[in-house]
Design a protein around this ligand. Structure first.
Ligand SMILES: [Zn+2]
Length: 279
C-alpha cells in the first residue's frame, strides 16, 4: 500500500440525508471511489425501500452502523448528555441487526453519535456491548483535546487495554464539516484550540464555498496524513449538511480528484480494518 488509505465516510442520520445520498452516490460511481455509510437504523423505519434501492449490493459502499436513534452513549461536553443505559442494547445491538436484515450483509463497523476525544474509552458499557455485538471496529475519536476541532490524526489501535483485543478503533480526522459551515447552532464559539494543531485548518470565519471547505479541511489533512505516513485519512461528513451547503457536490469532485492526484488508494473502513488486522 502506498500512503494512507483514503476513506470517504458519511454519518447518515436524518431523513434529509436520503435526498443528499441521491446526489452523493453518482459522484462515487463516476470516480470509482468507495465509501462507508454509517447509518442511523431508525431511518430504515421510514425510508427502507429507498435506502435499499440506492445502496443494497452496491459494490462501492460499505454499510455500517451509527446507532438506532442517535442517542448519546456518553456525555458529550456541551453537545449533550448520555441517554439511559437500559437503551444501549437497542442503540448498539438491535441497530446492527436491523441494518443487516435490510441490506443482507454483515455490519462490521460502528460510529457512535457525536463521538469524543477519547473514543469509546470514556464509555465502558457501550464498548462492552459493541464487542459483544460482534463489531470488528469502531470509529469514535472525532474531536481534538478538550472537545476542540479539528480532530487530530490518530493511528488505529485496539481496545486490548479495556479487555477487547480484537476490537479496532479507526479514527477519522478534521472538522465535523457541519460545524465548519455553521450548519449547527451549537458549540461554535469555543471550538478551536489555541495554539492551533494545524493553523492552516483555521479559517477566519465559517467557510462559504466548496473550494474553501477543501482548502481548510480536506487538503491539509490529506497532505499531513501523507507526510506522517498515516495508515488512514477520513474526513467527517454528514449528507444533510453537504447537501445544504453544496447540492452539486463539487467538494466531493475536488476531493476525489485530489486523492487521485496524490496517488492514494481509496477504500472503506471495513477494508482498512481487514488490512491492519491481517497485517
Ligand atoms: Zn451523527
Amino acid at each position: 500500500m502506498t500512503g494512507p488509505l483514503y476513506i470517504a465516510a458519511y454519518d447518515t442520520e436524518s431523513p434529509s440525508c436520503l435526498e443528499a445520498l441521491r446526489a452523493i452516490v453518482p459522484v462515487h460511481e463516476r470516480h470509482g471511489v468507495p465509501a462507508t455509510i454509517y447509518l442511523v437504523a431508525r431511518m430504515l423505519d421510514s425510508q427502507q425501500a429507498e435506502l435499499v434501492a440506492l445502496l443494497r449490493d452496491h459494490p462501492l459502499f460499505e454499510i455500517a452502523c451509527h446507532s438506532y436513534t442517535h442517542m448519546l452513549l456518553h456525555d458529550a461536553d456541551e453537545f449533550g448528555k448520555a441517554g439511559p443505559p437500559e437503551r444501549y442494547p437497542a442503540e448498539i445491538i438491535d441497530s446492527k441487526r436491523r441494518i443487516e436484515d435490510a441490506f443482507g450483509v454483515a455490519v462490521r463497523g460502528f460510529r457512535p453519535p457525536v463521538c469524543s476525544p477519547e473514543g469509546l474509552r470514556i464509555a465502558p458499557e457501550a464498548l462492552r456491548l459493541v464487542a459483544q455485538a460482534g463489531y470488528a471496529y469502531v470509529s469514535s475519536i472525532a474531536w481534538g483535546p478538550k472537545w476542540s476541532l479539528p480532530a487530530w490524526l490518530v493511528r488505529p489501535f485496539t481496545y486490548a487495554e479495556q479487555g477487547h483485543p480484537a476490537l479496532w478503533e479507526l479514527p477519522p480526522c478534521g472538522w465535523h464539516e457541519n460545524l465548519l459551515k455553521g450548519n449547527n447552532k451549537v458549540g461554535a464559539v469555543r471550538i478551536g484550540l489555541f495554539p492551533p494543531y494545524m493553523p492552516e485548518t483555521m479559517p477566519p470565519g465559517y467557510v462559504k464555498t466548496p473550494e474553501d471547505e477543501f482548502a481548510y479541511n480536506n487538503r491539509p489533512f490529506i497532505d499531513r496524513a501523507i507526510a506522517e505516513a498515516m495508515p488512514q485519512v477520513s474526513l467527517i461528513w454528514h449528507p444533510w449538511s453537504l447537501h445544504r451547503f453544496d447540492p452539486a457536490m463539487r467538494m466531493l469532485e475536488i476531493t476525489f480528484r485530489y486523492v487521485r492526484e496524490r496517488g492514494l488508494a481509496a477504500g472503506t473502513f471495513g477494508q482498512l480494518q481487514a488490512l491492519i488486522a491481517g497485517a
